[in-house]
Write a protein that binds this ligand. Structure first.
Ligand code: ADP
Length: 298
């Protein structure tokens, strides 16, 4: 029987500088990136679907075509006539990338405005994937709606996967970010944080501390990514570590974590074997960081 991997969040228009000095238009966003790689690595028995909201204008149409073109289902993409999609622009200064965003009124901010629509979408999902960015862009009331829908889906047997993806600039305050992230950890089955952000914004001294903090909040499995350094897994009471293979030529680390998550989950959902899943996640991330751009065909 077909299973559904449902990713929820915001895809944005990306304007990236080209060697010629102008910009090329693309589409990306953390949860879309993971859906993109999940589609490539999950077997044919899986549907991969993306839940977001976009406008009804030409650029929104182009985005939806792009997502569908990757083999990702778009029937849960809500169309709104009152707004359009967000945009970010990458600037290069002496090889350093910086980002400017226009997303404060994007359609995706309304993706959780209707509890009945969320419940209906989640009813068909076996795995529901979201990130801290998904939560950060929502109004408070809609975050609560989403948490309720996640809890109900979990009761029905769905697996909830959460990448904390801490982005303080998207939140009203540090406290709101911390509280909301910890609440989300409590309604998740699999937590996939990255240590550098957790150390900065939660003050964790080690990846093991991060894993324990989220396990204490209720997450049965926590995988703490740590760039090229040793990653930590905490499943139940069992702590283990995994060293990713060396990557000789790191070209662009965009989507390292997003692709790791997809590689990890594709194996974990199939086998439940933690070591194999860590190796699969790291192998995929290694390929992605060896090339330019967030989305590559692997
Ligand atoms: P994020 O992109 O969320 O910050 P990380 O930087 O922790 O995530 O990277 C995610 C995964 O990508 C790591 O667990 C590792 O497998 C791989 N990775 C990232 N950077 C490197 C690197 N320099 N060398 C080898 N692997 C890396």
């Amino acid at each position: 029987m077909t299973q559904t991997f449902l990713s929820i969040g915001e895809c944005m228009v990306e304007m990236a500088p080209t060697a010629a000095g102008d910009y090329s238009l693309g589409f990306a966003g953390d949860t879309l990136n993971t859906a993109w790689y999940a589609r490539q690595f999950l077997g044919e028995e899986w549907d991969v679907s993306y839940l977001t909201a976009v406008g009804e204008d030409a650029i929104s149409n182009r985005m939806v075509e792009f997502i569908a073109g990757a083999g990702i289902k778009t029937d849960l993409v809500q169309r709104r006539s009152d707004c359009t999609v967000g945009l970010y622009l990458i600037q290069l200064d002496n090889g350093e990338r910086s980002f400017a965003y226009w997303r404060s009124d994007s359609a995706a901010r309304r993706l959780a405005d209707d509890p009945a629509r969320l419940d209906a979408a989640f009813a068909a999902a076996n795995v529901i994937y979201l990130s801290g960015i998904t939560l950060a862009i929502l109004p408070l009331q809609h975050r609560l709606t989403l948490f309720d829908a996640l809890a109900a889906a979990r009761q029905r047997g769905a697996t909830v996967v959460f990448d904390t993806n801490l982005r303080p600039r998207l939140w009203d305050s540090h406290e709101t970010m911390q509280q909301t992230i910890m609440t989300a950890a409590g309604v998740s089955d699999i937590l996939l944080p990255s240590f550098d952000d957790e150390a900065t914004f939660f003050g964790d001294a080690t990846p093991d501390d991060t894993a324990r903090r989220y396990a204490d909040a209720g997450a049965p499995l926590v995988v703490v990514k740590n760039g090229g350094n040793e990653a930590t897994c905490l499943r139940g009471a069992q702590l283990s570590h995994f060293t990713p293979p060396k990557v000789a030529n790191v070209v662009d680390t965009t989507a390292a974590g997003d692709s790791f998550n997809a590689g990890f989950l594709a194996t974990y959902l199939d086998t439940g074997n933690l070591d194999d899943s860590m190796a699969a996640g790291a192998a995929l991330a290694a390929r992605v960081i060896g090339e330019r751009g967030a989305l590559i065909k692997v």
